[in-house]
Design a protein around this ligand. Sequence first.
Ligand code: SF4
Length: 474
Amino acid sequence: MSIHEECGVFGVYSSYAQDVAALAYYGLYALQHRGQESCGIVVNDDGVFASHKGLGLVSEVFTEQEMKKFPYGEIAVGHVRYGTTGGNSLSNCQPIQVNHLKGKLAVAHNGNLSNALMLRRELELSGAIFHSTSDTETIAYVITRERITAPSIQEAVSRAMDRLDGAYSLVLMSAAKLIAVRDPHGFRPLCYGQMEDGTYIVASETCALNAVGAKFERDILPGEILTIDSSGVFSDRRHCGTVAKRLCIFEHIYFSRPDSVIEGVSVHDARMKAGAILASAHPADADIVIGVPDSGLDAAQGYSRASGIPYGIGLIKNKYIGRTFISPGQDRRVDQVKIKLNPVESEIRGKRVVLIDDSIVRGTTSARIVKLIRDAGAKEIHMRISAPPFLYPCYYGTDIDSPEHLIASHHSVEKIAQMIGVDSLGYLPIENLKELCGSDGYCSACFSGCYPTAVPTDTRKDQFEEKLSKRKQW
Ligand code: SF4
């Protein structure tokens, strides 16, 4: 509930000039759940790039007037952002654009490089001047440096991949090509499809393909470079299979939309399964199962079906909340959870409730939700979490924090239950994670501490800002 999503990327390649900005708009709209801090679209009109970016939701940044300013074009890339490296400033909005010796490049990135600081230091020492504090600009510079000697942009991307560590699902746009790239571990999802008129769409999730009427073709493979240009679609698989696949298991548990399908597994089905596993691992004598919207709802249905306890709508989420402005001073009086969630008292009063959520991070949000349910008259609350306890930070594009902020890393399950005010608490057993995605190729480092890459030495989201502010003192 209090973990932020990461980012969403979207790309369009058309063989004729059309309103590719509108397609990107609808695609980003479908990916809004992956990031609400900022968004951007860059359109390629016969090699000339036109862009608009801003802080806020897709519907706020891309007004009718702004959309009218976009020319028709053949290629477009778009991005919604929740920043995991770099602060929330306009300069960090994506797609990032760079002009280089051999042309132009626009880059949209979902993920987080684990060697970003080292690469940036190296680039700065050789004269690179950065305009943002996001690791995406580092990726853009590594690619454009390689492009100086590489015979093509896709060859430059392939060489850059030898240098990039960590999580990156990228959509790149050059003057004539749309390129989709997924890191060899495949941490973040990326797929492509085609519209009836032949227009190609690349997106973080299948729900964005559906939004624009594109038929799902397939997932981009971990390590694959997929290039789309006037000669068709070309797949470069040199980096595929070089390391073990490690798709982020939290995509199925929380990040992705339930109507998306990732690597053949429906996110909704995975969450239903998590609920069923919880019902057998942590049964409860109860009258009703309710989920915390949105990502707890599917797991709550799964728990209900497996246990036979009726499913109910016990909490309503205000879907139109956007980025609510709470003025300083008001923040202590207004409970943020109450603005977002409201209990349905008639469903809850006098009942023994099984409450399903996807995670407990610090415990403060969970405690507030539990209080809402208690105040609505619940007799007992049995909380079930559709993920194992968070014990370790994530370095791959989410803001799962350092252990001192993770309640489970220094408290027992019984103690957490007491702290958040529930009668019992049960987590998804870590050994059952495989059942959610149907393979061993997943990352579960935030639960197990087994990281698929070297762990970065500086892991703060604002690592580059801090470096810059120190520099002012030199
Ligand atoms: Fe996903 Fe956790 Fe791995 Fe991060 S550490 S990529 S959140 S499974």
